[in-house]
Design a protein around this ligand. Structure first.
Ligand code: SAM
Length: 189
């Protein structure tokens, strides 16, 4: 079984837009307790790699293709650690299910969600190889259109998907950027 029901959301995203393949390197932001890590680990197979990051400690999954970091993705130190692990090849996919602690105040929760999504997008821009994919959780609200427009500048196209398992939380959806358009020139390329 999966550690979190959210695993089914990632399965559905992957089925609709194709995020992972065997041998891929995947970054999973906001990965605790590890449902998405389980799904990604299965789909990248033995020759792939999944790196998960969360504020919370992630109980070991006992999968040799999964590595985890405990850290805050809004901090440079965590971004640098992640970059070291991913290395010069870059990532094939960056996925983020990061969510703020909910206050119940719609506009505040929205603003915090977009802030986390922006952090994830920054990381994606640093780590994605050209042609890589990015999926990020966002809550509906007034800054969503601007955020989506920013993403549209960096991907071949962007889709928004509301998985069946998200129905209970009506303001939640995922933006998926397909095929990252430009990657920084890496030394040795
Ligand atoms: N996808 C996960 C799974 O399948 O098990 C569930 C993720 S849960 C919905 C959201 C996670 O985002 C929480 O575990 C939370 O600790 C994490 N999170 C929120 N803000 C974060 C931050 N600044 N840095 C890292 N993780 C963060």
């Amino acid at each position: 079984g999966y550690r979190a029901r959210s695993a089914f959301k990632l399965q559905q995203l992957d089925e609709e837009v194709g995020l992972f393949g065997p041998g891929n390197t995947v970054v999973d932001l906001g990965a605790a307790p590890g449902g998405w890590l389980q799904v990604a680990s299965e789909r990248v197979k033995d020759n792939g790699k999944v790196v998960g990051v969360d504020l919370q400690r992630i109980r070991s999954l006992d999968k040799h293709n999964v590595e985890t970091i405990r850290g805050d993705m809004t901090e440079e130190e965590t971004k640098a650690k992640l970059k070291d692990i991913i290395g010069e090849q870059g990532a094939d996919a960056v996925v983020s299910d990061m969510a703020p602690n909910m206050t119940g105040e719609y506009s505040l929760d929205h603003a915090r969600s977009i802030y986390l999504a922006q952090q994830a997008f920054e990381v994606a821009q640093e780590l994605l190889a050209t042609g890589g994919d990015f999926a990020v959780k966002v809550f509906d609200g007034r800054d969503l259109a601007d955020f989506r427009a920013e993403m549209e500048g960096s991907f071949q196209y962007v889709r928004s998907i509301r998985p069946d398992a998200s129905r209970d939380s009506s303001s939640e959806q995922y933006l998926v950027g397909k095929r990252y358009l430009t990657a920084p020139v890496r030394s040795g390329d």
